[in-house]
Design a protein around this ligand. Structure first.
Ligand code: J9Q
Length: 232
């Protein structure tokens, strides 16, 4: 699976993608990720990517030309990936909320191009005529779409077969399993500073352990995320 990220902060995106499970997936050839500096697609001497908004108002707006040029160059270069199995994602606070289902849908594609928006705005023609969808990672204000792009790459790449070593840890994850939060996990030592691991986990009774975990997952979900119970 191929990702291309278009950003005005390529070093920030590259640095984050250089470590961890996604980096290992790139090394192993399961995932290919291109990071592109939006300024490389400008044609003026000063490599200007933004301009004042028509109609006035505060802030600067990302110009359409460099974003269109970047997507056109990327799609021409990625000729192995067909347009039918590609999404051009704009990161935006007004996009569809990123969920496990959205990540799973994207992970079935060959090519995901992510355009990092910015807080002040992106020319609406990018949203309407270049992006095929817009995605939000949640209701808070960020200064740019770089962190959302990294969140999307991480969530989607994990669902590509082979990226996460233990397949059971993907299918057993929160949300993937049954839309419930995870049960509490413990490791050695069995007692730490007087805090004991629940005895059932040391009992070796697998059926009882399963029952306990299910109850814990349900109780945690009821307490912290009742909205998820309605869904599951
Ligand atoms: C580009 N706040 O916020 C939440 N998901 C995406 C965003 C976002 C933002 C500003 C710029 C994306």
């Amino acid at each position: 699976m191929t990702f291309d990220v278009v950003t005005i902060f390529p070093k920030m995106v590259e640095a984050t993608l250089a470590e961890g499970i996604v980096a290992r997936a790139v090394t192993r050839g399961l995932v290919d990720i291109g990071v592109h500096d939006l300024r490389d697609f400008t044609t003026d001497r000063h490599r200007v990517v933004d301009d004042v908004p028509f109609g006035g108002g505060p802030g600067m707006v990302l110009k359409p030309e460099p974003l269109f040029a970047a997507v056109e160059a990327i799609c021409a270069k990625r000729s192995a990936e067909t347009a039918a199995r590609r999404s051009i994602v704009l990161t935006s606070p007004d996009g569809e909320r990123l969920t496990h289902e959205v990540a799973a849908r994207l992970s079935a594609l060959d090519h995901v191009v992510i355009l990092c928006g910015r807080y002040e705005g992106v020319d609406e023609r990018v949203r309407e005529h270049l992006a095929t969808e817009a995605i939000s990672i949640g209701d808070y204000v960020l200064s740019g779409g770089e962190l959302p792009a990294l969140v999307i790459v991480d969530a989607v790449a994990r669902l590509v077969p082979g990226v996460v070593g233990d397949e059971a840890s993907v299918t057993g994850d929160t949300f993937a399993r049954d839309g419930l939060l995870d049960y509490p996990q413990y490791t050695r030592p069995a007692e730490f500073r007087g805090m004991r691991v629940p005895p059932v986990l040391l009992s070796g009774h697998h059926a009882e352990i399963e029952k306990w975990r299910r109850e814990q997952a349900l109780e945690r979900t009821r307490r912290h995320r009742p909205d998820l119970l309605k869904k599951s």
